[in-house]
Design a protein around this ligand. Sequence first.
Ligand code: FMN
Length: 337
Amino acid sequence: MLRTRFTEEFGIEHPIVCGGMTAVGTAELISAVANAGALGFLTALTQSTPAALAEEIARCRSMTDRTFGVNLTILPTIDPVPYDEYRDAIIDSGITVVETAGANPAAHVAAFKAAGVKVIHKAVAVRHAMKAQSLGVDAVSIDGFECAGHPGSDDVPGLVLIPSAAQKVDVPLIASGGFATGRGLVAALALGASAINMGTRFVASAEAPVHGNVKQQIVANDERSTVLVFRELGNTARVARNTVSEEIARRGAEPGATFSDVAGLASGARARQRVLTDGDVEGGMWWASQAQGLISSVETCAQIVTDIMNEAAEAIGHLDVARAPLNSTTKGCPNTP
Ligand SMILES: Cc1cc2nc3c(=O)[nH]c(=O)nc-3n(C[C@H](O)[C@H](O)[C@H](O)COP(=O)(O)O)c2cc1C
């Protein structure tokens, strides 16, 4: 049992979060994360309308009596998204915690706060974390360069990004990107965070609503099995390495390339059907992080959380052992000749 500012202020048993994941963050996964004592986020825009989101929230609530939240990802889209209506569906459904991501959450924070909803904003840069804090968010998730999804364009890994954010932000900090183990959790706490956020580790869970081939591919992959795409298009994204993502990266790097040169290959609808549903891991672009190198089996969410907490306790125990000889030298080390 680890008590941190996150567990205390959010009322969650373990300092572990499952971030929003388009097409993956549905009631099956998020209720399992909640039942495991962690905090998971349904992904609002996975549901085609605000009414469908309200139904998904109700479905998740029928599968767990523990706290879960909703992720609202604000990204530039070709078709306008009714963000305000999604936000109202979240509030009206009695959700108590949201994860905002993708852009400045200013337009939504005041409404959430007025309704008593806690806001965790996911940022990829210290300056964005500070901005979110100034808007009144309750916690900041800071996503290092290792992460799946959109790591931004500064390329700062967690080892520097997390303690740097911890120096500048007073609200609880959640370390994200590349976490999958108890050792990682202990490292995150040492760097100044009070929880870890994971995406890829929970995709390789029994309850994630994706084809088993994807989960097994994550297990087979290693830390080099990602590609950065959309770099030159100003919207860097880290995805699993396959022939499709390598081709997207190649086309995107050509002089004068635009999004239309890669849109067909990068289509979310294509990946949802061919990869996540049919299980063809070479069939489209799908999201995964460098954490793949740390994942060696598909487990239930309960087992994932238990293993991380046990490994964290063991790692903290090892820190105690490492401290003992240091203390004993002050009294005269028995091994000293
Ligand atoms: C399949 C997948 C889909 C994701 N979709 C979203 C999303 O829609 N919105 C969002 O804010 N983050 C999204 N993310 C990022 C995760 O919430 C989380 O920040 C990230 O996975 C952390 O890095 P990790 O994969 O190394 O644990 C996604 C990640 C994955 C693996």
